[in-house]
Design a protein. Structure first.
Length: 142
């Protein structure tokens, strides 16, 4: 399960709309108690120039952000990206490039308008995704 404040979900949706028709991407940061607790999303530049329906985070950018987050007592809980004109379901490409345990929050963006996000976790051995419970917290709960 991953718990995400509504404001962060809104930021993920806005990022998908802004990047449309290309994919947006970023990191989901927070802490792990009994569940993953997101406290921040970090937009990242999509470095994938050859295919607008894929994303690539530069490894140096990733390492820099990871160091900054660790200094603040946070860790990377997962990633978010948009699927322009496709459902918020992981693709085969997503599965081939994902890591187990991390949350993958995907938002579909159809004709420039973001829909509801879904979160997925890759199985350790199966290389297939299972839907993860995504609890959206309103400001009172957060």
């Amino acid at each position: 399960m991953i718990r995400v404040p509504e404001a962060l979900i809104d930021a993920i949706r806005r990022a998908g709309e802004a990047a449309y028709p290309a994919e947006s991407c970023g990191l989901v940061a927070g802490r792990v108690a009994s569940d993953k607790e997101a406290v921040r999303v970090v937009p990242m530049a999509n470095r994938r120039a050859d295919d607008p329906h894929r994303y690539l985070i530069d490894p140096e950018d990733w390492r820099r952000v990871e160091r900054e987050l660790k200094a603040e007592g946070l860790e990377i809980l997962g990633y978010y990206h948009s699927h322009p004109d496709h459902p918020a379901v992981p693709s085969e490409f997503d599965a081939a490039h994902a890591w187990p345990w991390y949350s993958y929050i995907i938002v579909d963006v159809r004709a420039g308008r973001a829909g509801a996000p879904a979160s997925w976790v890759l199985g350790d051995e199966s290389r297939s995704f299972a839907r993860e419970s995504l609890v959206v917290l309103n400001e009172v709960e957060a």
